[in-house]
Ligand binder design. Structure first.
Ligand SMILES: Cc1cc2nc3c(=O)[nH]c(=O)nc-3n(C[C@H](O)[C@H](O)[C@H](O)COP(=O)(O)OP(=O)(O)OC[C@H]3O[C@@H](n4cnc5c(N)ncnc54)[C@H](O)[C@@H]3O)c2cc1C
Length: 338
């Protein structure tokens, strides 16, 4: 195990923020992780995955553990289903392609999502009508205090909208080391209702799409809508879509009758944060090197040398303006590293 000093984190976070890690250690196995947690002289540490869901606002004056434990294996199968175990450091999209090559269904709508597999449960990643929790069986995590490996069932993970136990009571207590998913081998449950998937497939003349067709369609929709972090620093959707109660909703829709919304239950309504931000005139605006993407108001971007603090200031300006206009609070989906 090698510990490096004063390592630039620019290439380790998709926002491309320049910040330094005082100490940096790449972790390639569970044993190395256990050993790293016992190192003397490094009382504080920070866990880094693919860096695609974080905004670093300053140099990290402690030991950064870069979780890069690789490996995917089949653990069980019958005629219809297969269970796979994926280690935390596997790149999510490469893993999705691995499943599609074997015609395993369930992850096709989650194609081209940046980041590593480990972060998927804490965020309960989701896109195009599918969430990780739809295929999740369990995950293994090392408890930081005891260095014991603990298995968390789906129930124990308490998944919600971009939310889980690991973002709440379990925050800072566990390091996820692997995830088990159950996928279909035939009779795939195809989800075509969300976004432009069905219309895109129709345009291509595909009537009965394979899971590979669905994945290709999701990839092309995402590429047309979202910036590629390799070209423009970003972290995907910066804010969560706010959920408001019936009373708030009635008042809101009375004032803005053409506003888009999604009814969750009789009492809960989700409002697209992108629409709220766009109505405040932020879409495509640039403040120095920090800005809002020209095609997607939910995505904050680093045009080159923005600092984490500049992006945070912009995020505050946006959420304050949205609140002033709509009395609706929007909160970051991205982890702010202060
Ligand atoms: C262009 C773009 C599009 C995106 N689109 C979507 C989308 O459609 N849907 C969606 O849900 N997300 C989306 N995201 C967000 C992101 O891809 C996911 O949240 C992803 O799961 C983050 O993984 P990561 O490995 O990069 O996490 P990181 O950013 O490395 O880490 C996130 C948090 O988890 C902690 N952490 C990292 N590894 C571990 C570990 N092993 N144990 C414990 N804690 C750990 C970190 O300390 C940090 O607080 C998008 C991001 C980008 C850049």
């Amino acid at each position: 195990m090698i510990i490096l000093e004063n390592v630039s984190l620019k290439k380790y976070n998709t926002f491309g923020i320049e910040a330094k890690a005082r100490y940096f250690c790449e972790i390639r196995s569970v044993n190395q992780l256990s050993a790293a947690l016992q190192l003397e002289g490094y009382p504080d540490f920070f866990i880094l995955g693919g860096g695609s869901n974080m905004l670093i606002t300053r140099d990290l004056d402690y030991l950064v553990l870069y979780i890069n434990i690789k490996g995917i294996k089949k653990v069980w199968e019958d005629d219809n289903r297969v269970r796979i175990q994926i280690n935390a450091g596997e790149n999510w999209h490469r893993m999705v392609l691995w499943t599609l090559e074997r015609n395993y269904g369930g992850l096709e709508n989650l194609s081209l999502m940046p980041g590593n597999t480990r972060s998927a449960p804490s965020q309960n990643i989701g896109a195009y009508g599918v969430e990780l929790s739809d295929t999740f069986v369990d995950c293994e995590a090392m408890e930081i205090a005891s260095r014991e490996l603990i298995t968390f069932s789906k129930e124990a993970c308490r998944f919600g909208y971009r939310d889980s136990y690991f973002k709440n009571e379990g925050k800072g207590k566990f390091i996820i080391t692997s995830v088990q998913l159950e996928l279909t081998k035939k009779d795939h449950r195809k989800q075509l209702d969300y976004g432009a998937i069905a219309s895109q497939l129709q345009l291509q003349g595909i009537v009965d799409p394979s899971i590979k067709d669905i994945s290709n369609t999701v990839i092309s929709i995402r590429q047309s809508k979202l910036p590629d972090p390799e070209e423009l620093g970003d972290s995907g959707s910066f804010f969560k879509n706010p959920v408001i109660n019936r009373k708030e909703f009635d008042k809101f829709i009375d004032t803005y009758p053409t506003a888009p919304f999604y009814k969750i239950t009789e009492q809960e309504y989700k409002i697209p944060a992108a629409w709220l931000i766009e109505q405040c005139g932020f879409k495509g605006k640039r403040f120095g090197d920090a800005g809002i993407h020209e095609h997607q108001a939910l995505v904050l971007v680093n045009y080159g040398n923005a600092s984490g603090q500049q992006l945070i200031d912009l995020a505050h300006l946006i959420s304050d303006t949205v609140y002033e206009k709509f009395q609706i609070a929007i909160v970051p989906e991205v982890n702010i590293i202060k």
